[in-house]
Structure formats: structure tokens, C-alpha cells
Design a protein around this ligand. Structure first.
Ligand code: PLP
Length: 427
């Protein structure tokens, strides 16, 4: 079987909340008092229902029926593929499976949470959501979601991506969003960075600071984050919940689970429902988080409290971090240019439940090219990191002569990111 589909009625009816299985997860704390923060501290910033989910200790959180309809609209349940042609190319005894999160209207997994956040904002009577975007994937997803829910989006786009990805801008505009290159002169924080360097390339951290500042100043607006937070990772677990059913249908158990990590949401989406079985002692999996060598927070960062943004306006969260003032080099995988990693993913790394690895840009784009030639799909620059790790695991299986089963998340397609391939591979 090279493709496994589920029926519409098999879209999950709940999200899996890993926080319920991590009682020792350090809470967010106040930067000055170092006191733990609670839901009340976050209500001014995020839609209320999202805040409630952020702090929930329930193991399973029900997906509203109306939202499941929107999940149908974006192509859920997404198919699971077997990479048979890639296996043949590698001459490996390993079986490689991948979950197709590229099939959604904006081409990545990010709609899984954008829809939920816009849904909660609309219910609360807000007029617009502010956010940041790196490669433009998250901005596109939130623009789609706000337009579906009758809201607007104000998107601060990392300047280097704004220049490198003109088509993402157009996608957002077609969905009716306002887009501002960051750092911008619209916020105090943005103006500060522009004074230092009028051509500042920007970073996700800076754009986050600008989006937060704007939302805090307008009561008709709240802020929306595309990764890192518990509730965002929660929404993504539909990926892994579906994948588990699909692996059951092929009658296979994965030995290795792989996802690329920017803030950690697509990685968590695929792996958390499997990690649940590890935490309860029922199964063992090798779980690999893949990062760019240019921004290796899990692989080379420190596990400590740090700000989620660059300017230091967010609460402190305990995570693997390169330091909130770290500005990653302008690599093409813009969605992976973040200085930290989600608190839940970071805790799992510190406990040794998951492993991480970091690859240089040249190697991952070459893996992307091989995937395009064999499987026929052009991965997003972010996704090529997961592809590269899957290839390496398959080659290891060949050396060891073992029939390993590998499952990775195909987080998005690269059809709007072709310039990265051109520049890095010299095409
Ligand atoms: C945004 C993005 C990522 C990285 O973000 P995570 O929150 O770590 O998932 C990875 N792949 C694609 C295609 C993306 O758009």
C-alpha cells in the first residue's frame, strides 16, 4: 500500500494534551517577580478559550463540531504515503512513511491551529488578530483562517522573508490580510531595531514583539502565535492521531519518528500521540527532532528560562534556547529561524525521551532534491530537514541490515520557496 486514506468521519474528535502527562512541566513565570503565571495573566493577550486550553490539565480536549467541518475543508484527514521509490533509490531495507501535511490550501500543517485560534477569536467578538510570520507559511495560514471566520489579520513579516518570498505576500493579500515588513516603524520596538540598522534582516523574535505590542494597544485585537505554546501544539495532534490509525491500517509500528523543529509544532503534532505511549511505558520509539545547523536550539542551546521574543516583552518560559537576542543567519528555512523550542518539546529533550540533530543547509536541500526526483514532491525548505533525517535513518538501517520502519512528517511543500533551491543547489 503506498497511500492510506481515512474517511471524513475519522477526523479526530479530540486533541491529545501532553501537558496532562507532564506534571513536572515548569510554568511560565513573570520576568521581574519570578512568580508562576496563570490564565488571568494571558487573557489580555490571547483569545480566552486558547488560554484555557494552554493551562488545561485534561488529557483529551474535545474538538468543536463546527471546527471538524473546517478540517474537512482543508483536506483532513490527510493521507499517509509510503516512500517506496525513495526506498528503492536508497536500496534500503527500511520502510519509510510520511504524513502529507502539504495538501492543505496554504501548503502546510499550520492551518490545523490557525483555524482554531481564529474560531475562538470570532466567538469572543474580536475584530482582528495580529501575528508574526517567518517564511510566510504561518501568515498565510492565519490569513486564510481569519477570512474563513470573518475576521482580519495583521501580519508582521520578517524582513528577509518579505524580500525573498514575494508570492507568500500575495497569498496573504488575496486572503485579505495587512502585511508589514518587520522590524517596522509601526511599533516602538520596531523603531528601536531600525535605528540600529535600517536594513535589519529581522527575526521571528522581533516580529513577535511587534505583533504583541500592537495587540496590547488595541482591545479589538488579540495576538496569535503559530508555534511554541501548549495550545498550538495541542491543535496539531490531529496529525499524529490520524497517523496512528493509518499505521494500524498498514499493520506497521514505527521504530523511528521524525519531524523538523522551528518552534516544535509539527514535530509535536506527529509525535506526541506516540510519545503518550512512551510516557505510560507501553512502547519505545526513537523520536528525532531535526534542526538547521544555523539555529540549533535543542541541539546546542541551554535548558533555562528565557523570553519567547527578542525584545523581552513576553513572560519567561523554560526551554532550550540560544538566547533571546540570538539572530539566526538568514537561511531559506525561515520557519526554523527561532531561538528557542516549545517548553513541552524542551522538557522531553531534557528527559532524554526525544533526540535532536542539526543539519547544514546544503545537505537538506540536496535531500529535498532527491525526494523530488523519487517521490515527486518538492518539500518546503523546513521539511527537507525531516527528509534528510529520514534518509540518514534509512541508510543506517541498510548498514545494519535491519528492516526499520520510519515515519516522518511532511510538514509542507516548497512550491513557493523555489528560490532556496535555486540559490543553495545552484540550479
Ligand atoms: C512553520 C513551518 C515549520 C516549523 O514550525 P514548527 O512549529 O516547528 O512546526 C516546519 N515546516 C513547515 C512547512 C512550516 O511551514
Amino acid at each position: 500500500m503506498i497511500r492510506v486514506d481515512l474517511g471524513q468521519e475519522e477526523i479526530p474528535t479530540y486533541w491529545y494534551n501532553i501537558v496532562s502527562d507532564l506534571p513536572d512541566l515548569p510554568p511560565p513565570i513573570h520576568p521581574a517577580t519570578k512568580e508562576p503565571l496563570g490564565p488571568g495573566d494571558f487573557y489580555p493577550l490571547f483569545p480566552k478559550e486558547c488560554v484555557n486550553q494552554e493551562f488545561s490539565k485534561e488529557k483529551y480536549i474535545k474538538i468543536p463540531e463546527e471546527l471538524r467541518e473546517f478540517y474537512v475543508r482543508i483536506g483532513r484527514p490527510t493521507p499517509l504515503y509510503r516512500a517506496r521509490r525513495l526506498e528503492e533509490y536508497l536500496r534500503t531495507p527500511a520502510k519509510i512513511y510520511y504524513k502529507r501535511e502539504d495538501v492543505t490550501p496554504t501548503g502546510s500543517h499550520k492551518l490545523n491551529t490557525a483555524l482554531v485560534q481564529a474560531f475562538c477569536a470570532a466567538k469572543e467578538g474580536l475584530e482582528y488578530l495580529t501575528t508574526e510570520t517567518g517564511a510566510g507559511q504561518w501568515g498565510s495560514a492565519l490569513s486564510y483562517a481569519t477570512s474563513m471566520m470573518g475576521l482580519r489579520a495583521l501580519v508582521f513579516m520578517v524582513r528577509i522573508s518579505y524580500q525573498q518570498k514575494p508570492y507568500r505576500k500575495l497569498v496573504m493579500k488575496l486572503y485579505g490580510a495587512d502585511i508589514v515588513p518587520s522590524p517596522s516603524d509601526r511599533t516602538e520596538i520596531g523603531r528601536k531595531y531600525l535605528e540600529q540598522d535600517p536594513n535589519h534582516p529581522g527575526s521571528l523574535g522581533i516580529a513577535i514583539s511587534e505583533a504583541i505590542e500592537t495587540a496590547m494597544k488595541d482591545e479589538k485585537a488579540k495576538y496569535s502565535l503559530g508555534s511554541v505554546l501548549n495550545h498550538v501544539l495541542l491543535h496539531q495532534t490531529v496529525i499524529g492521531l490520524e497517523a496512528k490509525k493509518q499505521m494500524e491500517i498498514v499493520g506497521e509500528k514505527p521504530d523511528v519518528l521524525i519531524g523538523c523543529v522551528g518552534g516544535g509544532s509539527n514535530f509535536a503534532g506527529l509525535t506526541f500521540p506516540f510519545i503518550e505511549e512512551m510516557l505510560s511505558g507501553r512502547e519505545e520509539y526513537k523520536v528525532i527532532a531535526v534542526e538547521p545547523r544555523a539555529s540549533p536550539s535543542l541541539t546546542e542551546g541551554e535548558y533555562r528560562y528565557d523570553f519567547g521574543d527578542s525584545a523581552g516583552v513576553t513572560p519567561l518560559i523554560k526551554m532550550f534556547t540560544l538566547g533571546h537576542d540570538f539572530v539566526p543567519p538568514p537561511i531559506h528555512a525561515g520557519g526554523l529561524r527561532y531561538h528557542g523550542a516549545a517548553p513541552t518539546v524542551s522538557l522531553l529533550k531534557s528527559k532524554g525521551v526525544i533526540k535532536s540533530i542539526a543539519y547544514p543547509q546544503e545537505d537538506v536541500f540536496e535531500a529535498g532534491r532527491i525526494f523530488a526526483m523519487t517521490e515527486g514532491l518538492i518539500p518546503a525548505p523546513e521539511t527537507t530537514h525531516a527528509v534528510k533525517a529520514a534518509i540518514d535513518e534509512a541508510l543506517k538501517a541498510k548498514e545494519e541490515g535491519r528492516e526499520k520502519v520510519i515515519l516522518f512528517n511532511f510538514s509542507g511543500h516548497g512550491l513557493l520557496d523555489l528560490k532556496g533551491y535555486e540559490d543553495v543547489l545552484g540550479l
